[in-house]
Design a protein around this ligand. Structure first.
Ligand code: ARG
Ligand code: GLU
Length: 764
């Protein structure tokens, strides 16, 4: 065991020497910053191969040997190349929040059902309920356009740390530093001439900056989606859970102009011909097979100190979970009693329960693996090493302590911030709705009557969308439950008078106040009257609204959040950023063998691991694969989570699986130890040859802590097997023409005949 508790394998030491040799032969000018990056690269050899989200253009220098040893058959150049086409050219940032991949030379694009959900929903109506029944274009003409949806492909990335930090000094105040960096970034971007979109992103808390050029396509059409009973099978009950049986995919197509360039939607556009599209492999996986996930992970925080992890486990997550417990209980009760409410609130419930469930898993995993204890131990070793070395002492003594106490000092503010967001901003629909009137209020206050009239009328026309899915009684109950929580949390001075007044009230008085507030809240008291008033007498409408308790509460909370809580939070963040940045530098120097991959920041990354089961708790072992038999086991006719289309039952009964079967079974999902997070939804799961074998869509409950503390004993990503996707497209939907478009690799029979899939070894 090395000082940080990770086993060092012998191979990695060899690797380390090779890397140094490579680096030297590149004749790098070793400045402090480059030394930092060098240290990062050198440090990687020792890590548990599975943890981390790696920068694609550094795979050759950093991970390739490790990946090859684990079973990768392609080269780093196949994954990312600037000169030739590579797998990178098939990976798409879908709508900025998900990942997707190109799977045919005609721009066919695969992503998750939950990533395409809002597009599928937007094309759905009672008559054509694509969410419920699915949608399949049987030719190009039937595909559906999606204004605003983008598909971005990375053209190249390169390090620009020196340029980004030009003129930045060690003693600069945070705001000045940031302004200088932004100015530098602006001039880097402005110097570019190609028709791409550019960004410069900070890595390792600003120790490194990377420039990214992307080609952004704007004509992305919906091609196919299974019914929710397949694409969202198991819904909230199964969300974040293994064993899983969801066919979480949807299919789009990227269009370009006649020159194959990005263009706004036009009938003249033609299917985009990608530089590269993925081969699809029908061979499946077995335990211990190498896999990698190529995509755009959103956010992780892997380098927090132990006390902030303790704050998450003991305070932040429990407080947020408790608020959502209360909220979900209120929704659940009425959703069970009343079908109309159930339909109205299905999507809101899903949204609220997604993070709620994830946080619970996070607490569970962080506790089970003693993440705090492990970090503490590492920190002790860190402090010891610093004390023993004069250079370190001079540079870093007191750093960790200062950082830790700053996190603790910020704790009440962080809690208040979370509580505002949970109870008011996300937790109360009226408050969220009223915040939408701020523009109209401004026009009213500025005396811009004409503009107010126009805008208010437009606003009124859009209100039906809000009323359609709103239940005032449920919202009142939510406010009754959550306002006391908010009032207790709201404490950062200066507090608005209005909130101070409320904080002084007894529980009975608050109850009365809330009932009265809802009884008088104009927009929800009588929707028709309100729309009419907005149109016919906008000045009166806004004036009355402004005087209402609902609006006063909304604005008091919001103003306090924006003008007091947020700036104070930002101050802390600025200070913490400086310390975290230095801490990472210190870690890389003090533990030259400690793994240091950059936190996720919505940039293109590669994660790799193996197909592995795990032991979620004592006496329970999870297998690696699920099958259609399991889908049928969970089937509850008429249930909103576990119902199935008759056609699926028929296909199961006749075992009509075609070439997508694994023996006589139909594979559905599988898990592996790839380190992923939100944003990796829709990412391709690739085999050792870089061929598509699955589609990433979730993580296992016990492993969601990987955002702070990846632990190979519990952390697994969940993928839908590509054979299930193609089975649904071909056999279920009868859209086999889409499969014909793809390049399918069918492994030789001998290779396909593998041992029966059994429990995978846990951990390594
Ligand atoms: N847990 C997955 C993610 O974080 C899937 C969420 C969508 N599904 C759901 N039932 N809410 O995005
Ligand atoms: N469902 C998540 C997403 O939308 C992926 C699950 C995760 O957080 O790993 O990106």
């Amino acid at each position: 065991m090395n000082p940080v508790g990770y086993p060092i394998n012998a191979r990695s030491k060899i690797y380390l020497t090779i890397t140094i040799a490579n680096m030297l032969s590149m004749k790098l000018l070793v400045t402090r910053m480059q030394a930092f990056i060098l240290a990062l690269l050198v440090s990687i050899g020792s890590l548990q191969a599975k943890e981390g989200m790696w920068i694609p253009y550094l795979i050759g220098a950093v991970n390739a040997d490790d990946m090859t040893a684990m079973g990768m058959e392609i080269s780093a150049e196949d994954i990312y190349s600037i000169n030739n086409s590579s797998l990178k050219d098939a990976i798409v940032h879908f709508g900025g929040g998900c990942t997707a991949e190109l799977i045919s030379k005609k721009g066919l694009l695969l992503t998750n059902h939950h990533c395409g959900y809002s597009q599928i929903q937007s094309h759905s109506s009672l008559k054509n309920d694509y969410l419920k029944n699915g949608f399949w274009a049987m030719n190009g003409k039937e595909e559906l356009k999606n204004p605003g949806l983008t598909a971005a492909i990375v053209k190249y990335m390169r390090e620009v740390t020196n340029q980004a930090l030009m003129g930045v000094t060690a003693t600069m105040p945070a705001a000045e530093r940031e302004a200088k960096i932004q100015e530098n970034i602006k001039s880097i971007v402005e110097a570019q001439k190609e028709p791409y979109e550019y960004e410069v992103k900070a890595f390792y808390y600003g120790n490194q900056y990377i420039f990214i050029a992307k080609e952004v396509f704007k004509d992305v059409r919906l091609v196919g989606a299974p019914p929710s009973s397949i694409g969202k099978y198991g819904a909230d009950t199964d969300n974040w859970v293994w064993p899983r049986h969801t066919g979480d995919f949807s299919i789009f197509r990227v269009y370009a102009d006649k020159e194959n360039q990005p263009a706004e939607y036009s009938e003249e556009n033609v299917p985009y011909t990608p530089l590269r599209h993925l081969m699809v492999n029908l061979g499946g996986t077995k335990p211990n097979d190498f896999t990698m996930v190529y995509g755009f992970p959103g956010t992780t925080n892997e380098y927090l100190p132990s006390n902030e992890i303790a704050n998450i486990v003991n305070d932040y997550d429990p407080a947020r979970i408790a608020v959502r417990d209360a909220l979900l209980a209120i929704l659940d009760k009425k959703m069970r009693e009343n079908d109309e409410t159930r339909i109205k609130y299905a999507s809101k419930y899903a949204r609220i329960s997604n993070a709620w469930k994830k946080w619970q898993g996070e607490v569970l995993g962080l506790t089970a693996t003693d993440a705090v204890g492990k970090k503490q131990k590492m920190e002790e070793q860190f402090e010891e090493a610093i004390a023993k070395n004069d250079v370190f002492t001079k540079e870093y003594s007191g750093l960790l302590k200062q950082m830790k106490s700053l996190y603790d000092e910020r704790k009440p503010l962080t809690l208040e911030r979370y509580m505002y967001l949970e109870t008011m901003y996300y937790g109360n629909e009226l408050v969220k709705h009223l915040l939408g009137y701020r523009g109209l209020v401004k026009l009213y206050e500025d005396g811009k009557d004409e503009e107010l009239a126009t805008e208010a009328a437009k606003f009124a026309d859009r209100l039906d969308g809000f009323y359609k899915d709103y239940d005032v009684e449920l919202d009142r109950q939510a406010m009754q439950a959550l306002l006391p929580v908010y009032l207790k949390a709201a404490s950062t001075e200066p507090l608005p008078e209005y909130l101070k007044g409320l904080k002084g009230k007894s529980p009975e008085q608050i109850e009365k106040y809330v009932n009265n507030l809802y009884a008088k809240a104009l927009p929800v008291k009588d929707s028709e009257a309100w729309k009419q008033m907005l149109k016919e007498n906008p000045k009166k409408a806004i004036k009355s609204l402004n005087k209402s308790d609902a609006m006063k509460l909304t604005m008091a909370g919001w103003d306090h959040f924006i003008n007091v809580v947020n700036p104070k939070t930002r101050d802390y963040e600025d200070k913490l950023d400086v310390l975290q940045r230095k801490y990472l530098l210190a870690l890389s120097e003090v533990f030259p063998t400690k793994m240091m991959y950059p936190d996720a920041n919505s940039t293109l990354r590669v994660a790799y691991g193996k197909v592995h089961g795990y032991e979620p708790r004592d006496g329970v072992e999870y297998a690696t694969h699920t099958y259609l038999d399991g889908v049928i086991e969970k089937y509850i006719p008429g249930d909103y989570e576990f119902d199935l289309p008759q056609k699926m039952l028929n296909l199961y009964n006749t075992k009509d699986y075609g070439r997508y079967a694994d023996g006589d079974k139909m594979p559905v999902c599988f898990i592996a130890s790839n380190h992923t997070t939100g944003g990796n939804s829709g990412s391709p799961a690739l085999n050792g040859r870089g061929e598509l074998i699955g589609l990433n869509f979730d993580r296992t409950w016990e492993g969601t802590m990987s955002d702070y503390n990846y632990d190979v004993s519990l952390c697994r990503n969940i993928m839908v097997d590509i054979r299930y996707v193609l089975f649904i497209v071909d056999k279920f939907a009868g859209a086999g023409y889409l499969v014909d478009e793809m390049d399918i690799v069918v492994p030789a029979i001998e290779e396909k005949k593998k041992e029966p899939v059994d429990m995978a070894p846990v951990g390594n």
